[in-house]
Design a protein around this ligand. Structure first.
Ligand code: AGP
Length: 612
């Protein structure tokens, strides 16, 4: 959470930084701020609220300078307010910092600095860090780079920081530990950002800073050293990102665009990985572990939020096809238990952003205990793919809407491929069955296009339920994680309270909630639990609940009972989650729009949760 942007070069910094902040706003939008140096004068503008509010506030002020940095905040220490907005400054006001992360020992450091006469203007941990740097800079008669290095050796926590010095308008210092940072390398200019999106239109050459590294940047000079003072050789990579991927492309919201991108994103995810005619799956990223997969005792999946829901779908698929026991854990719970993990275990960590703090901590813990870790990530070059032993990218393309849509279906697709790949290695599924399954999987993008045709119907159903206060989502088998995901989507973007439940569990409690005001969304497609789900629908109807059923095209029986039916194309049970998710995404989208909610940037949320 929090987005940071920095620039040093020959162009005006303000337009680059402000545009960059807009691209990074998905990371947090509690406040925004910018620092620029013009003719040896440090100018800082900051404001609670969105980047637009900062832009309006700064209008007409001195925005000159070819060095600058900006921050968009997701509040941790200190309420969202002007005074807690970044950048923060040192006691003498000459040093300035932006920070993404948390300084855990800030309270102890602050006490000592207060004793030394420092005065603070905010409630943030970040301000403490810049005062500490100033203190070392002043007392140890060292240069700023060394002062930053020494200070960072004293702090615990996570950070991606950029520092500007009014007395040295020709330099930027950046460092990271546990929070992402990319440096764009231009001709006579450098860019810094939390991800590559603010950089892409200026250069495709980037350096992903590693944990515990500090970068020192001048207009025509870059050096990197580690916190232990060892010089590093910068490794420049070329970005594959395209600028159009970051635009709304005619859609009203990124979320809608991303929902509609799913036929393509799923196709991209499968490209070069499935060979339906031969009944073969190839996953280059985990190939070197093919033999190990034949003998593993179990798989543990760790993830958070929507990615955890994808993990639950993975559990059904891997157990069904590869016959390997799977446990699915919330990373945040797993990391604080003392779980039993051995060298024979494979841990699959799922994360769209590849930066989620709890998932990263769970990986580190499992790694220490000797497990083999696979990552399933979307953002190329993010932290998780770099700390795992192997992995498979989802290739869904940048997901800007805070509510995950295409990343979820791409994660499910990768887990489907992994289940089939493991089945292939272990021989738990015949080749002819794999031919059949892969042939059907190959057609899923077209079936998703058909599922998207329910959009108008879903919009009209949304009109009826936009003022609901609660909603239940029910499903069985792999329809259960779909129900969970449907409920999460609705609550996070429309602020309607929603619960996902296994349909059969309803009678053990939630049935008490059902009355004529309660919409109940039921995944009622034709699969092995169809008859049982029909009984659950009858139970809801008997209590006057309103049923919105997701059914297989042509279904007759459910339509006799349900109040509303949304059809999806027929498919094998294995692919049901990919199709049944589509109308639920559309339902939450339309309800949120009709309620006037900010669909792409829902309140209190951030796209990547880099704090625990
Ligand atoms: C999804 O809509 C959410 N905004 C959230 O639950 C998300 O899936 C979760 O924070 C995990 O993020 P990750 O996939 O980037 O690790």
């Amino acid at each position: 959470m929090c987005g940071i942007v920095g620039y040093i070069g020959f162009r005006e910094a303000w337009p680059i930084v402000i545009k960059g902040l807009k691209r990074l706003e998905y990371r947090g939008y509690d406040s925004a701020g910018i620092a620029l140096i013009d003719e040896d004068q440090l100018n800082i503008y900051k404001k609670a609220g969105k980047v637009k509010e900062l832009e309006d506030f700064a209008g007409g002020k001195n925005l000159n300078g070819t060095i600058g940095m900006g921050h968009t905040r997701w509040a941790t220490h200190g309420a969202p307010s002007d005074r807690n907005s970044h950048p923060h400054t040192s006691n003498n006001g000459r040093l300035s910092i932006i920070h993404n992360g948390i300084i855990e020992n800030y309270a102890t450091l602050k006490e000592e600095l207060l004793r030394r006469g420092h005065q603070f203007n905010s409630d943030t941990d970040t301000e403490v860090l810049i005062h500490l740097i100033e203190e070392i800079y002043k007392n140890d008669a060292t240069d700023l780079l060394e002062a930053v290095r020494l200070a960072l050796n004293e702090v615990s926590g996570a950070y991606a920081i950029v520092i500007m010095d009014q007395d040295h308008p020709d330099q930027l210092i950046a460092a990271r530990k546990g929070s992402p940072m990319v440096i764009g390398v231009g001709q006579g200019e450098y860019f810094i950002a939390s991800d590559a999106t603010p950089i892409i239109e200026y250069t495709k050459n980037v350096i992903y800073l590693n944990d515990n590294e500090i970068a020192f940047l001048k207009r025509d000079e870059l050096s990197i050293k580690r916190l232990d003072n060892v010089e590093q050789t910068p490794y420049i990579q070329e970005l594959e990102l395209q600028l159009e991927m970051l635009e709304k492309g005619g859609y009203d919201h990124f979320m809608l665009k991303e929902i509609y991108e799913q036929p393509r994103s799923i196709r991209d995810c499968m490209r070069g990985r499935i060979y339906p005619e031969e009944g073969k799956v190839q996953l280059g990223g985990i190939k070197e572990f093919a033999d190990k997969l034949k003998n593993i005792d179990r798989i543990i999946i760790v993830a958070c939020g929507t990615s955890w829901h994808a993990g639950l779908v993975g559990e059904y698929l891997i157990e069904e096809y590869a016959r390997i026991p799977v446990e699915v854990e919330y990373a945040s719970e797993f990391r604080y238990r003392n779980p039993i993990i051995t060298e024979k275990d494979v841990v699959i960590a799922i994360s769209q952003s590849g930066e989620t703090a709890d998932t990263m901590a769970a990986i580190e813990m499992a790694k220490e205990k000797g497990a083999t870790i696979f990552g399933v990530c979307n953002v190329v070059g993010a932290s998780i793919p770099r700390i795992t032993h192997a992995g498979v990218y989802t290739h869904a393309g940048p997901e800007i809407g805070v509510a995950s849509t295409k990343a979820f279906t791409a994660q499910v697709t990768v887990l489907t491929l992994m289940a089939f790949y493991m089945a292939q290695q272990k021989g738990t599924v015949t080749n002819s069955k794999l031919v059949e399954l892969l042939t059907e999987l190959d057609c899923i993008p077209e079936k998703i296009t058909l599922a998207l045709q329910s959009n108008d119907l879903v919009r009209s159903i949304s009109e009826k339920f936009k003022d609901s206060r609660n909603c239940l989502f029910l499903g069985r088998g792999s329809g259960f994680p779909v129900a969970l995901e449907g409920a999460l989507k609705l609550k996070e973007i429309s602020y309607i309270h929603a619960e996902g439940y296994p349909a059969a569990e309803m009678k053990h409690g939630p049935i008490a909630l059902i009355d004529e005001e309660m919409p109940v969304v039921v995944i009622a497609t034709k699969n092995s639990s169809y008859e049982k789900v029909i009984s659950n629908i009858q139970e809801v109807k008997a209590r006057k609940g309103i049923v919105i059923a997701i059914v297989t095209a042509g279904d007759y029986e459910v339509s006799k009972m349900a109040d509303y039916c949304i059809e999806i194309p027929d498919s094998s049970e294995a692919f049901l989650p990919l199709l049944a998710t589509i109308p639920l995404q559309l339902l939450s989208y339309h309800i949120a729009v009709l309620r006037g909610c900010n669909v792409d940037q829902p309140r209190n949320l951030a796209k990547s949760v880099t704090v625990e």
